[in-house]
Design a protein around this ligand. Structure first.
Ligand code: AMP
Ligand code: FE
Ligand code: ZN
Length: 286
């Protein structure tokens, strides 16, 4: 079993990298990608835990971006080793965008009679990425809501009373950034992008021209039809189909590590295919 999409306390997961890899080992996963939002600071700990526990850890990152008014997430896999410093700089800027947005959302919540303290919102490490799930969790701790998903539904989702948008990278820029730092970029969970079939096709075509390497076909929120559609786009634009659970621990209680579409594991060949591509495109792997 493999899982190419998972989060830790360095962004909005509930576990330390070590705890995540321990769970992966206990579940018998052969490989897991650690893909926190806008930070790579949890990767060293995850790689060390992987060595110790005999789980192959793929270092990765997840970056939110936009194309023609639509937002989407890119996963970047550093299959040839850790990324360059340039990426670190850009990620630091993205975390500033987050902090600005978070502060404004906290202001809105205060206006709605739901005050939070700055200390309520924290991710692990110096360079953790704080996001809306942290706000939701803080609201739950204070008894304002009974679950993180209720916090999203009532206050935090796009268009809800406390929602504030944040600046994000253009899709083409994010692709160049990931390629430039030695990563293979993969379009995350296409099935939850807010667009129609024609819009998704335009996004994937644009991304494929900009260096996209893969498309996340196997994903818990993708039904059979969506998986088929994504596999079709993979064929059409010569992309590697990948998959993962987007595990967040207790932050997203409905998701199970190692389980994707239909509760099934991600096919093992996905990682082999990604490696073959990396071999071709990133040079010899160590
Ligand atoms: P942010 O990056 O701060 O804008 O927050 C986005 C994160 O919130 C992503 O990890 C989403 O998967 C997560 N998210 C979005 N909607 C919900 C929801 N209804 N319940 C829990 N998490 C959500
Ligand atoms: Fe995502
Ligand atoms: Zn994710």
């Amino acid at each position: 079993m493999i899982d190419l999409h998972a989060h830790t306390l360095f962004s909005d997961g509930s576990q330390t990298p070590t705890q995540l890899i321990e769970e992966a080992a206990a579940k018998g996963l052969a490989a897991i990608a650690v893909t926190d939002h806008d930070t790579v600071d949890g990767l060293a700990e995850a790689l060390a835990a992987g060595e110790r526990l005999g789980v192959e850890v793929l270092p990765g990152v997840e970056i939110n971006c936009e194309y023609e008014q639509t937002t989407m997430d890119l996963l970047g896999y550093f299959l040839a080793g850790m990324p360059t410093d340039e990426l670190q700089q850009e990620l630091a800027e993205l975390r500033v965008y987050r902090d600005e947005r978070n502060a404004r959302m906290v202001e809105r919540l205060a206006e709605l009679g739901l005050p939070l303290e700055p200390a309520d919102l924290r991710a692990a490490g110096e360079n953790g990425a704080v996001g809306r799930p942290h706000i939701g969790e803080a609201m739950m701790r204070r008894g304002y809501v009974s679950s993180i998903s209720e916090a999203f539904e009532l206050y935090l989702r796009r268009g809800a009373p406390a929602w504030v948008d944040r600046r994000r990278l253009a899709l083409g820029h994010a692709l160049r950034l990931l390629r430039g730092s030695g990563a293979l970029p993969v379009l995350a969970h296409p099935g939850i992008i807010r667009t129609d079939a024609a819009g998704l096709d335009r996004i994937v075509r644009h991304a494929a021209r900009g260096g996209l390497a893969g498309i996340e076909c196997y994903y818990p929120l993708h039904d059979e039809e969506t998986v088929r559609r994504c596999l079709g786009l993979a064929g059409k634009y010569a992309l590697v189909p990948t998959g993962g659970s987007d595990y967040h621990g207790t932050v997203k209680p409905d998701i199970t590590l190692g389980r994707a579409s239909g509760g099934l594991p991600v096919p093992d060949h996905v990682l082999t295919d990604l490696r073959c591509l990396a071999d071709d495109q990133l040079g010899r792997l160590g």
